[in-house]
Design a protein around this ligand. Structure first.
Ligand SMILES: [Zn+2]
Length: 165
């Protein structure tokens, strides 16, 4: 059974009254409420705060696998900086790098300013020539704890991911 107060799985629960609401509580939590002797009419729906708590707990226990399922590699968000740093570390001008990978200097400029996204072939050339990785495995994203109502969108996740960088 699930304790409606702390969310723990327990062999059995006790009905207790907490703030006027009858809840199934584990023995630990039961002492926070007044035990209900006679079976009362139980609320059919959980009070919002409890529902939220259980929902939050479920979120904590469920691996957020939006990003973790695939194991695929994606172009790193900061690929422009990676290219520029690696190039500068070698003391190359954009034109030098362009010559090495057989691309116009304007292409290098666009890549480093992030206005152009390299295709797979170009990524491979850049990685080989610069000795850096421009792709990375998609990482699991930390779950943002929320104290307010639990509405969670993919947009929040993506935003949080960006904040973390
Ligand atoms: Zn409990």
């Amino acid at each position: 059974m699930l304790c409606e107060l702390c969310g723990a799985e327990v062999p059995r629960t006790k009905d207790v009254a907490v703030e006027g609401t009858v809840l199934a509580a584990c023995t630990n939590c039961a002492r926070f409420g007044n035990e209900v002797a006679a079976p009362l009419v139980r609320r059919t729906s959980m009070p919002p705060i409890i529902a939220q708590r259980l929902e939050a707990r479920k979120r904590r226990l469920t691996p957020r696998d939006v990003y973790t399922q695939t194991g695929e590699e994606e172009l790193a968000e900061d690929f422009p900086a990676r290219i520029r740093r690696a190039r500068e570390a070698r003391g190359w001008k954009q034109a030098d790098l362009g010559a090495k990978i057989n691309e116009k200097v304007s292409v290098i400029g666009k890549l480093e300013s992030g206005t152009m996204t390299p295709g797979d072939a170009l990524v491979r050339k850049l990685e080989r020539e610069l000795g850096v990785k421009l792709k990375e495995k998609l990482q699991p994203v930390a779950v943002k704890r929320q104290s307010g109502p639990a509405t969670f969108t993919l947009g929040d996740l993506v935003k949080f991911d960006e904040d973390a960088h």
